[in-house]
Ligand binder design. Structure first.
Ligand SMILES: [Zn+2]
Ligand SMILES: [Zn+2]
Length: 61
């Protein structure tokens, strides 16, 4: 799901750069947060969180 970053100190788990306040992040069920760009790249490859390998239900075609 997409969440809006409301505080500082949150990193993208993939590229490790900080989110800016007000930026949109994609939050996984495992609570890892990514830029949607970083996340999309990872999901297309293995369909799971690339950090902890939490399996996502992917219903994009
Ligand atoms: Zn990122
Ligand atoms: Zn994860």
């Amino acid at each position: 799901m997409m969440v809006t970053v409301l505080g500082e100190g949150i990193d993208c788990s993939i590229c490790l750069s900080n989110f800016k306040i007000g930026e949109e992040a994609k939050e996984m069920f495992c609570e890892h947060r990514f830029h949607s760009i970083c996340n999309d790249r990872s999901l297309r490859i293995n369909g799971s969180c690339s950090i902890c390998r939490y399996k996502m239900l992917v219903n994009e075609q």
